[in-house]
Design a protein around this ligand. Structure first.
Ligand code: PMP
Ligand code: GLN
Length: 387
């Protein structure tokens, strides 16, 4: 009997679960999956406790609790000068992951094409396919992983409905420049496309670089759905509270799909996230300053182990090319790594349609404490990592 529906054909189990299970099984240090090993602000945890105790335990309104929607609107105003109407232009989602799913289910019909930056976050692959869409990857290529505007134009056809963007970009660490975003905007306007932009790393951008939300470019607010979440910026990845902002028509479409996925997102964490956005507004900046040091520690340590990394401009990930060590395949390297060195990393080929383009790339996370990163790179330097 065929049990699994065809919409799941060829979608592998998420690499993050596979590699974190490998870390748990072998006791290796987990420099793979992107979650910090220190929680976000204590005042926000306290606010969550308060919300639970004060009886914020029944269904939230469909678009999210009013104080969080208002706080999200203020966040967009404070950082970017955008003023989404909390009533019609903001929806709370169960992490950005649900935002991605709801946006694609809401906007993509079977056969519609979605142009997407490659390497891509793995849920994009799954959700484009589950929506019946067709991926058109636009590859960011080593060594600098810039957006090639000609490649973007070439990926757009008369069947293209959506551009799916991610900046700051996981896994390359690229932060798209204003000029690159202007090229995206030009293509979107020319072909009358909607853009879904995943900006969960919006606050994790290192000196010399700037995060520019696509929605702030002329002519783009009306065709852009912007997604983010509390997970990365405030170190609460397990809370799964995210949000979508954009014009009422696009946010309303997303909500139409979201109401059948979760109905509403969990109640008690929402007032606490409102507190994070308002009262702990400076927290992500402090996190970012601390991450910059950990980035340098990881990149230098990887180089000492013979793994030269591409220095990321944003996010908390760095990519390395492992072919210099004689390995043709990053997955084989990552599977051997716990035994060789007691460390786990992520094979980046999971994020490519064109597996050859990513076969030799491995992703390392530096959202771990300096002690953990230091121990990780010591283990790597002491190990024999040659194929
Ligand atoms: N988009 C990207 C690019 C990510 O790296 C992640 C991982 N957190 C997500 C979306 C999912 O975010 P959330 O945990 O808020 O669902
Ligand atoms: N976004 C995180 C990463 O890229 C993990 C999210 C997940 O585990 N799905 O590592």
């Amino acid at each position: 009997m065929r049990t699994q529906a065809r919409r799941l054909d060829g979608i592998p189990p998420t690499v993050f679960t596979q590699m974190s299970a490998l870390a748990a099984r072998t006791g290796a240090l987990n420099l793979g999956q992107g979650f910090p090993d220190e929680d976000g602000p204590a005042s926000v945890v306290q606010a969550a406790r308060r919300a639970l105790a004060e009886g914020r335990n029944q269904y939230a309104p469909g678009p999210g609790v009013p104080e969080l929607r208002a706080a999200i609107s203020r966040h967009q105003q404070r950082h970017y000068g955008l003023e989404p109407d909390p009533e019609r232009e903001v929806v709370v989602t169960t992490g950005a992951t649900e935002g991605i799913a709801a946006a694609l289910l809401a906007l993509v019909d079977p056969g519609d094409e979605v142009a997407v930056l490659e390497p891509y976050y793995d849920s994009y692959l799954a959700m484009i396919q589950m929506a019946g869409g067709v991926r058109r990857p636009v590859t960011l290529r080593a060594p600098d992983f810039r957006l090639d505007a000609d490649a973007l134009r070439a990926a757009v056809t008369p069947r293209t409905k959506v551009l799916l963007l991610n900046t700051p970009h996981n896994p390359t660490g690229t932060v798209l420049t204003r000029a690159e975003l202007e090229a995206v905007a030009q293509v979107a306007v020319e072909h009358d496309l909607v853009v879904i932009t995943d900006e969960v790393y919006e606050h994790l951008v290192y000196p010399g670089h700037e995060h520019v939300p696509l929605a702030t470019l002329p002519g783009m607010w009306e065709r852009t759905l912007t997604l983010s979440s509390v997970g990365k910026s405030w170190s609460f990845t397990g809370w799964k509270v995210g949000w979508a902002t954009g014009p009422a028509e696009l946010v309303g479409a997303l909500l139409s799909a979201k109401q059948w996925l979760t109905f509403t997102s969990g109640s008690p964490l929402q007032p606490a996230v409102a507190e994070a956005l308002d009262a702990e507004a400076q927290w992500p900046g402090e996190l970012c300053r601390s991450l910059a040091g950990r980035r340098d520690l990881l990149v230098a340590g990887l180089a000492d182990a013979g793994l030269s990394a591409y220095t990321p401009e944003g996010t908390y990930f760095a990519l390395t090319d492992i072919s210099a060590l004689g390995w043709p395949d990053g997955r084989a390297f990552c599977e051997a790594l716990p035994e060789r060195a007691g460390v786990v990393a992520i094979p980046a080929q999971a994020f490519y349609d064109d597996v050859e383009e990513g076969r030799h790339l491995v992703r390392w996370a530096f959202c771990k404490t300096a002690e953990v990163i230091g121990e990780g790179v010591r283990r790597l330097a002491a190990a024999d990592l040659r194929a």
